[in-house]
Write a protein that binds this ligand. Structure first.
Ligand SMILES: Cc1cc2nc3c(=O)[nH]c(=O)nc-3n(C[C@H](O)[C@H](O)[C@H](O)COP(=O)(O)OP(=O)(O)OC[C@H]3O[C@@H](n4cnc5c(N)ncnc54)[C@H](O)[C@@H]3O)c2cc1C
Length: 485
């Protein structure tokens, strides 16, 4: 089987790795990976500056999604997996320039603990009363998809959208809760609503079940459960690579046949021909039995335009957001004491350019030299695309001013010159699962099924995170292998 992989981000790399493994196991497989940039990894890009790991793109993956950690272990870099420092996990929301901690007991945006919710400064009294009344919300038969903002507003009111749902989702997806599909992004909440009516009741029931399961597990393994019923050794929420996310990219790259990887080679066209798929790149064309399109969906749509205009249109219609990350290294002596925790999120209603800031040296220990602090700001998102065109110097001065205003001059004086600063732009890199995404995916699957030898992989389809992209890349390759026994 001869396969072309278009796109050398983590999805395309995972697909290539799967094909390479099958080839080494004796399958008749030849593959070529085409990547338009001069490096592999797509959005994954890290470097070490003065001993500090700086992530330009993603800084970690969710521990509960196993595909990334499994792949690292297979690649022999399992020892490099590094958990987030959850003992210090605390996240703030900026409300009128003050840092307000997220209340304890939040699960999937839903408050599950009475006292922290009653005492938090995040919500006004009318919102807190509404949250109490939400327990009486009647069940809703599963109906049409709706936006996350609509779902949350129906249950808890606008303030919870503005101060909680929107900042959390723009911090994760660079997205806009008014556009994101509740059924795709928060499927558990949609199920809970149809079963319980109240999302709080649904979440409390899920919490009880989880505690019962953990108690059972503790009994079976004779590990003591603490007085809340939970087992003490909880897993960290995030996992990263000790030396940066590029360790994963590098470990994948060395497993591939170097002659099969073509960098700086954008694919400019593909064509369905009687004996397979003709792929055109850098003025040359070659025929393959199959193609894995692991580029962003908008780029896949461009390439499929002449083969299946309807499929191309569906792919082009998947929205993408752009984002900017800014890493700043400081000497700790330049700063006052930063608030405890991992960092803060900035609601769009605060009217700032920054969407979030991570205290990198706190979130992951051992990746920043002692005495240094790394702050990573995240900008852009669906509501702020225009920032992409701003010059680096302007972005840097905006971020330094906003950090100083939010944290206070005493903690971060605007005059404090970072030892190093780094601006990274990610144009149209993050797919947005908009309302109706599942229906769109059903139409896409049906059309792809009618084009044997074609597979799609990447963050536009069934999961935005690194683990999802790895899972989808490997699955695309396995399906092609299975179809060519
Ligand atoms: C700033 C940022 C922060 C993030 N943070 C996290 C995080 O902390 N945790 C997490 O799990 N996820 C995070 N994500 C999301 C995650 O990183 C991405 O969803 C994932 O890496 C996408 O991988 P991909 O392979 O689908 O696409 P990409 O990484 O976009 O790769 C696609 C590749 O295709 C190439 N390409 C495009 N067109 C062509 C063509 N015609 N010919 C050849 N090559 C082509 C591109 O150059 C690119 O390299 C973040 C994303 C960004 C941008």
């Amino acid at each position: 089987m001869r396969t072309a992989i278009i796109g050398g981000g983590i999805a395309g790399l995972a697909a290539a790795y799967e094909l390479e493994q099958a080839r080494r196991a004796g399958k008749q497989i030849v593959y070529t990976l085409f990547e338009s940039r001069d490096r592999l990894g797509g959005s994954l890009s890290s470097e070490v500056v003065d001993g500090a790991v700086l992530e330009r793109g993603p800084d970690s993956f969710l521990t509960e999604k196993p595909a990334a950690a499994e792949l690292c272990r297979e690649l022999g870099i399992g020892a490099e997996l590094t958990p987030s420092n959850d003992a210090d996990r605390k996240t703030y929301i900026v409300i009128r320039n003050r840092l307000v901690p997220l209340p304890d007991g939040l699960m999937f945006l839903i408050p599950t603990k009475l006292i922290p919710t009653a005492l938090t400064r995040l919500f006004s009294l009318p919102t807190k009363i509404r949250m109490g009344l939400e327990l009486l919300h009647p069940p809703r038969p599963t109906g049409q998809d709706e936006s996350v903002a609509a779902l949350v507003e129906r249950h808890f009111g606008r303030e919870v959208v503005d101060r909680l749902a929107d900042p959390l989702l723009s911090g994760i997806f660079g997205g806009d809760s008014a556009q994101l599909s509740a059924r795709t992004v928060l499927p558990r909440l949609v199920e809970m609503e149809s079963e319980y009516g109240s999302l709080t009741r649904g979440m409390l029931a899920a919490h009880r079940k989880m505690r019962a399961r953990m108690k059972d597990a503790a009994k079976r393994t004779a590990r003591p459960a603490n007085k809340n019923g939970s087992v003490t050794a909880a897993r960290a929420i995030f996992t990263t690579m000790r030396g940066g996310m590029n360790q994963l990219v590098d470990a994948l790259a060395v497993r591939l046949d170097p002659a099969s990887v073509h960098l700086s080679t954008p694919v400019s066209g593909i064509e369905k021909v009687p004996d397979g798929w003709r792929v055109v790149a850098s003025g040359k064309s070659e025929v393959f039995d199959s193609v894995i399109l692991a580029s962003p969906a908008w780029a896949a749509g461009e390439l499929l335009g002449r083969i299946d205009p309807q499929l191309a249109e569906e792919l082009r219609a998947i929205p993408y957001s752009s984002s900017i990350t800014i890493n700043l290294i400081y000497d700790e002596s330049q700063l006052g004491r930063l608030p405890d925790g991992f960092g803060f999120l900035v609601p769009v209603v605060e009217g700032r350019s920054m969407l979030a800031c991570t205290f990198v040296h706190r979130k992951f220990l051992g990746r920043t030299p002692p005495g240094k602090a790394v702050l990573r700001a995240f900008l852009g998102g669906m509501k702020n695309e225009s920032l992409m065109a701003a010059p680096d110097a302007e972005l840097l001065s905006t971020v330094r001013r906003e950090l100083s205003e939010i944290l206070g001059e005493k903690i971060l004086p605007q005059s404090a010159e970072p030892l190093h600063s780094q601006v990274s732009r990610w144009p149209r890199a993050m797919a947005q699962y908009a309302v109706g995404h599942q229906e769109r995916m059903a139409r896409i699957h049906a059309r792809v099924a009618a084009l044997p030898g074609l597979q799609l992989a990447g963050n536009a389809y069934d999961g935005i995170g690194i683990s999802d992209c790895i899972r989808l890349g490997r699955k695309a390759a396995r399906e092609l292998i299975a179809a060519h026994p």
